[in-house]
Ligand binder design. Structure first.
Ligand SMILES: [Zn+2]
Length: 172
């Protein structure tokens, strides 16, 4: 039987919102395997370390997924002073329920403006954006701590939380 594939692009905007909108815990798509390639990036040492720590914090979390730098990967991580209000964005290209490639944008402008712990803040945003590539949706409806919550303290929460880890484990 021929399956109809839904193909598209979605831009997941991760803004600081003053409204408390809660969503489902999953997106409709995720990276199809537990090994997620990331295009090697080269930023200044503060950014580089914080981004590397973000990948490592997923890899060491017991979530059954691992993010690895692979040259030639179509999944880049950009750092720039974007004019939009979000701290980060994850632009996802998908086919059916599989992500085919993604782009993560990290907004140095808004992060620099709002961070009291710059490295932690970067890591918190990056771990959140990586979460989108492995099925996790924004601001899930839960009373448990979550890296996907808008209300988290980005200066202190730098790692995926038990709620996030369990949700990812259930998908891989
Ligand atoms: Zn988000």
């Amino acid at each position: 039987m021929k399956k109809k594939l839904k193909v598209g692009i979605v831009l997941i905007c991760c803004m600081f919102l003053f409204t408390t909108v809660a969503f489902a815990k999953y997106l409709n798509y995720g990276w199809p395997t537990s090994n997620v390639p990331i295009r090697p990036y080269n930023h200044n040492s503060t950014w580089q370390r914080a981004l590397d720590n973000g990948m490592a914090s997923w890899n060491g979390a017991g979530a059954k997924v691992s993010f690895n730098k692979v040259s030639g990967s179509n999944n880049p991580v950009y750092v720039a002073n974007y004019s939009y209000g979000a701290y980060g964005k994850c632009i996802i290209y998908y086919s059916g329920n599989k992500i085919t490639r993604f782009t993560i944008e990290m907004n140095n402008r808004t992060i620099s403006r709002d961070a009291t712990n710059f490295s932690n803040f970067i890591q918190s945003v990056f771990v959140h954006e990586l979460g989108h590539t492995i099925w996790l949706a924004d601001n899930p409806r839960t009373s448990q701590p979550s890296i996907m919550k808008y209300s988290r303290n980005r200066n202190t929460m730098t790692r995926p939380q038990t709620f996030d880890i369990n949700n990812v484990r259930a998908k891989y």
